[in-house]
Write a protein that binds this ligand. Structure first.
Ligand code: F3S
Length: 393
């Protein structure tokens, strides 16, 4: 990979040991993936924030980098942590975990990373625009930024996103290039899709088939997804497969410009297989969880309209970003008056669920339904938002 004089100077230690280590990571990834130069990035989004996931080794790594004087050179944001930083007691998080989780956030904040603690940073301003290069790590956010906004990011790991943030650039390969963005599979969907759960179910099926490919969707039945449906679709494909970009005919910004795949095609006529694979019967539900990916204002309002004037019988947690929670104050009040909890900064997949006594969850998120059984040993009932709220009531 060709390095600029500035990049060579960073590698030689001109900006200190922390920046040198970051540049080494970016350059090594460029070599591995055959990039011939780097590109400047507008923002980075860093995963591996939950102490549950990174443990003591990860925390030491971050503290070490911070103590060497690492500072991000561009806006950088954090993915969700294992708890709401302000309401962890209400979640039932043990004191010891809370202390360690705060240390992780503090180490990153010392490097200049903003404690946004959301997997939906594209719901905040400024939103990435088409053609902008990013180094984002959360798979559902990567999918949304590439597919719906037309920005360009590979699926980074936590350390590589942080390294890119420190040097303000990333290696130019894969989804940063024009040729890396052409679809690999044509997916024709002939069954109607009613809601986010259906889009998530579709994403589960397609991700499993195309793995790391780039699907191009043609919806044959009457389906016109909005942002929330596309978020559910992308998040599920990134979970059951490793899809980081998809196109939807007539909807996503690059769909009319890409070259259609010559051979691979897939036809989806029913979602039954996905619901069978992701859902167990709701014999007993400890918690209803909405907000994977983190809820938008519209989704908070939908939940509020379903619970308004009722008292919940089961626990309901709705997860979102701090900014969205602030903007949707009225909806939040309604949900909490009914007995629900609107949490920011966190998500159930990265929270220490085992310590919270949660054994079964109902959710409308296919991504959550995919991960919760293996990550947290939780039994999942996966269904529409309306059905999940009905259970909570
Ligand atoms: Fe976000 Fe957690 Fe789901 S990070 S996409 S709410 S698994």
């Amino acid at each position: 990979m060709k390095l600029s004089p500035e990049e060579k100077a960073i590698l030689a230690g001109k900006r200190g040991p922390a920046a040198r280590r970051a540049m080494e990571i970016v350059a090594a990834l460029g070599e591995i993936y055959g990039a011939d130069h780097t590109v400047p990035i507008k923002s980075a989004q860093i995963s591996g924030i939950s102490y549950k996931n990174i443990g003591e080794a990860g925390l030491d790594f971050l503290k070490q980098w911070a103590s060497e004087g690492a500072r991000v050179a561009i806006p950088a944001m954090m993915n969700p942590a294992g708890m709401d930083l302000g309401r962890w007691k209400e979640m039932g998080i043990p004191e010891g975990f809370a202390r360690k989780q705060r240390e992780v956030v503090e180490a990153l904040a010392a490097m200049g990373v903003q404690p946004t603690l959301t997997c939906a940073p594209y719901l905040m301003e400024p939103r990435p625009s088409r053609g902008e290069h990013l180094a984002w790590a959360e798979s559902s956010a990567v999918s949304f930024a590439n597919s719906v906004l037309g920005a360009r990011t590979n699926r980074e790991g936590g350390p590589s996103a942080l390294a890119a943030a420190i040097v303000g650039r990333t290696a130019c390969y894969g989804l940063h290039t024009d040729e890396g963005r052409n679809p690999t599979h044509l997916v024709e969907v002939s069954c109607p899709l009613r809601d986010e759960a259906d889009f998530g179910a579709l994403g589960y099926l397609v991700g499993k088939e195309v793995k790391g490919g780039i699907p191009y969707f043609r919806f044959l039945a009457d389906s016109s997804p909005g942002w929330d449906e596309l978020r559910a679709l992308g998040a599920a494909m990134a979970a059951s497969g490793a899809v980081a970009l998809y196109h939807v005919e007539g909807i996503t910004p690059e769909a009319s410009e890409v070259m259609l795949p010559p051979s691979h095609s897939l036809k989806v006529k029913s979602l039954d297989e996905a619901y069978r694979a992701l859902s167990s019967p709701p014999e007993q539900v400890d918690l209803v969880w909405i907000g994977c990916p983190h809820s938008s204002e519209k989704q908070l309002e939908q939940v509020a309209s379903l619970v308004q004037g009722h008292k919940l019988k089961a626990r309901l947690w709705v997860t979102t970003g701090r900014e969205v929670r602030q903007k949707a104050r009225k909806a939040v009040e309604v949900i909490e008056e009914a007995g629900g909890l609107v949490l920011a900064d966190t998500c159930l997949v990265v929270a220490p669920v085992e310590a919270l006594g949660i054994r079964s969850v109902a959710t409308n998120s296919a991504k959550a339904a995919f991960y919760l059984p293996s990550y947290a040993g939780v039994r999942v009932f996966f269904s529409s938002l309306e059905r999940c709220i009905e259970i909570a009531l």
